[in-house]
Design a protein around this ligand. Structure first.
Ligand code: CUA
Length: 155
């Protein structure tokens, strides 16, 4: 069987791209700790505000230099809408929605997740630099979507 030289070049290029993309994926997930937010259980959307830990949204220390930030997204705000965390600490965000699909994105970080009613989203991040980070809902969630935001204050 003869393979035309253009075809061979195309095959080599395609194969190289596949290997490069797989390599980038492995590098991101193992070395840089970049991965999809974990699915951390379910919760009845109608009972979010009375179901632990969402009945007490906010930041709490859970270990040496480790914190949990429990956040409820609902039309059209985050509860709490100001999250204060220390720089250099490992922060685990535990987020759910009390109504419709929202987004949870912290600008200038890799924090970017969908917040789905009935599901709990969990993701971990360490803020290295102090400052204020914009928290936005980046999934269209109704007429007040553009007003749905907050901030993360790293101190
Ligand atoms: Cu919540 Cu857009």
């Amino acid at each position: 069987m003869t393979v035309h030289s253009f075809e061979r070049a195309f095959l080599i290029l395609s194969g190289t791209l596949l290997v490069a993309c797989l390599g980038a994926l492995l590098y991101a997930s193992t070395t840089r700790q970049i991965h999809l937010p974990g699915h951390a259980g379910t919760v009845d959307p109608a009972q979010v505000m009375v179901t632990p830990p969402f009945d007490q949204p906010g930041v709490r220390e859970v270990g040496p230099n480790r914190y949990e930030a429990v956040v409820v997204a609902r039309t059209w705000n985050f509860l709490p809408n100001e999250i204060r965390v220390p720089a250099g600490a490992e922060i685990t965000f535990i987020v759910t929605s009390a109504d419709v699909i929202h987004g949870f994105e912290v600008a200038r970080t890799r924090i970017n997740a969908m917040v789905i009613p009935g599901q709990i989203t969990r993701l971990t991040y360490t803020f290295r630099e102090r400052g204020e980070y914009l928290l936005v809902c980046h999934e269209y969630c109704g007429v007040g979507h553009h007003t749905m935001g907050g901030k993360v204050v790293v101190e």
